[in-house]
Design a protein around this ligand. Structure first.
Ligand SMILES: [Zn+2]
Ligand SMILES: [Zn+2]
Length: 144
């Protein structure tokens, strides 16, 4: 509990300023996303939240956060993953970079230095967002 203290105010404020009702699980969720520098799936978050709330609550809150633009949904090979959006403190700029997923350890990594190119779409099509995923083996797993 002691480790949460330092951030409590900010997260509480963030949730309130987005006109969402304040719940303990929401504060915990935001804290976990904020402290992790790579996108997490609902299951991975469940593993870190140590029984505070169930998976259905986690997904419901993640969807609510995503509707408010607080988190970004990122497609991966195994699940949709979530990361805090860059508008708020840790610069995850929306969909402008490549994501890399390791087929061994299943970690999803933001490759912010690799920019997604803006493709010119055929007449009549309009883009909502780019999702660019590379599957492979990460540097850590390649060393083993
Ligand atoms: Zn790996
Ligand atoms: Zn990213």
């Amino acid at each position: 509990m002691q480790t949460i203290r330092k951030y409590d105010m900010d997260f509480t404020e963030l949730i309130k300023s987005n006109r969402m009702s304040l719940t303990r699980s929401r504060v915990l969720l935001i804290k976990i996303l904020y402290e992790t520098d790579y996108p997490l799936s609902g299951k991975e978050i469940e593993g870190r939240i140590s029984g505070e709330c169930d998976l259905a609550t986690i997904y419901r809150n993640l969807n609510a956060f995503s509707e408010k633009g607080l988190v970004q949904r990122i497609l991966s090979d195994e699940a949709v993953k979530y990361k805090m959006n860059g508008d708020w403190k840790n610069k995850h700029k929306k969909s402008d970079h490549v994501h890399f997923e390791c087929s061994k350890c299943h970690k999803l990594i933001c490759m912010e230095e690799l920019r997604v190119k803006d493709y010119i779409l055929p007449e009549g099509f309009s883009k909502i967002e780019n999702q660019f995923l590379i599957l492979g083996i990460c540097d850590h797993c390649n060393e083993k």
